[in-house]
Design a protein around this ligand. Structure first.
Ligand SMILES: C[S@@+](CC[C@H](N)C(=O)[O-])C[C@H]1O[C@@H](n2cnc3c(N)ncnc32)[C@H](O)[C@@H]1O
Length: 353
């Protein structure tokens, strides 16, 4: 099937997907590449050795101060969505950020970290009250699943789902994110941080927020980072938060990526509405998930089966392309596009300018 849209933006998609496997609808891209390039230059304090590796030149106190200010400004109270004040100096290492205490300027609630990540869930700091989440959320909080995730679980998506694999997915994601290079990015439901780490190492963004509800996934992300030499920790913060209650001010985020997560969210509409709220005008949402339509949409009892799965597990697996587009537009996003390969789909949409 033909690919519609701007050739350069989807060139890497075409490189790995067979033409007959490609399905795209209405690929329309805003052309903000010029301003994005200018913004990216502002952050060009490093020499890019390749798209996946960055070589530090020498410490620059002015740039470090800028990085500190960027991380101080990005987080907000998940209750009021108002700015938080940081006690002390967050520093540029994962540990120094995670040891900070944040206090909401409006409701005065304080948020703490655990040495590895900051906890900006509403009930995370509570001593008594807690809420069990849907199975599709709780499953990933188990230490075993989090340990296995990047050691085979994620790789299996390629076998039975048609996911292209992290490297190729990353190339596709970067194409979608060209208009916002130089800005900040939230890797929502980052899991063990496979893509957060690639974003941070690429040097393409002023700051990467690796965000997940699972403490054990964030722990894995932290451990993978510590195994790497010269990981640019100053480019990344680890944050625990619920996708339906994001700890960012409205219109403050340039890009949200959500890999293989939309089907795990208890309410995709609440989540995408939150993503739409935090995106700046012109900000980009790019996500991957599983899709089910075409001949398979005629499977008898498909809708009642899906409804039962959602009620029992919280998983909204196998939405159709039309449903995914409607989800985005219902939440105030526009220019929906998608690339498909078997059950795999990568979608993108933009907050109107
Ligand atoms: C299948 S993993 C995807 C991990 C990674 N993004 C990737 O591309 O492989 C789904 C992730 O969604 C997270 N998740 C589920 N419910 C969530 C919620 N309510 N808020 C934030 N993250 C959630 C899980 O903790 C898990 O890490």
């Amino acid at each position: 099937m033909a690919v519609l849209g701007t050739g350069s933006n989807i060139s890497s998609a075409a490189a790995f997907l067979l033409p007959s496997q490609l399905h795209c609808n209405s690929i329309r891209r805003c052309s903000q590449l010029v301003s994005a390039t200018i913004r990216s230059r502002l952050y060009a304090t490093k020499v890019r050795a390749s798209s996946a590796a960055v070589v530090e030149t020498k410490p620059n106190p002015v740039i470090d101060e800028t990085k500190l200010n960027i991380r101080k400004k990005i987080l907000a109270c998940p209750i009021c969505f108002e700015p938080v004040s940081w006690t002390g100096d967050p520093g540029l290492s994962l540990e120094s950020v995670a040891r900070s205490t944040l206090q909401c300027s409006t409701c005065r609630k304080s948020y703490y970290g655990n040495d590895k990540h900051l906890d900006l869930t509403i009930t995370g700091g509570g001593k008594v009250y807690g809420e069990p989440m849907a199975v599709s959320t709780e499953l990933f909080r188990t230490p075993l699943v989090s340990f296995l995730y990047e050691r085979g679980w994620r790789q299996s998506f390629s076998l039975w789902g048609g996911f292209p694999g992290p490297e190729k997915e990353f190339e596709l994601i970067k194409d979608y994110l060209k208009p916002v290079v130089g800005g900040n990015i939230v890797d929502a439901s980052c899991g063990s941080g496979m893509f957060s780490r690639l974003f941070a190492k690429s040097g393409l963004f002023s700051l990467v927020v690796a965000l997940d509800f699972s403490e054990t996934m964030l722990q894995q992300c932290y451990e993978f980072i510590k195994q790497e030499d010269d990981f640019p920790e100053e480019n990344l913060v680890l944050v625990r938060a619920d996708i339906s209650r994001l700890p960012f001010a409205s219109s403050s985020v340039d890009a949200v990526h959500a890999g293989a997560a939309l089907h795990c969210w208890p309410s995709p509409s609440a989540a995408v509405a939150e993503i739409s709220r935090v995106l700046k005008p012109g900000g980009v949402f790019v996500a991957t998930t599983y899709i089910l339509d075409g001949a398979l949409s005629y499977v008898p009892l498909r809708d009642p089966i899906r409804q039962n799965i959602a009620q029992l597990s919280g998983s909204h697996i196998f939405l159709s392309e039309k449903e995914l587009e409607d989800l985005c537009t219902s939440c105030g996003l526009m220019n929906f596009t998608c690339i498909r390969n078997r059950r795999f789909v990568m979608i993108s949409a933009m907050k109107p300018v």
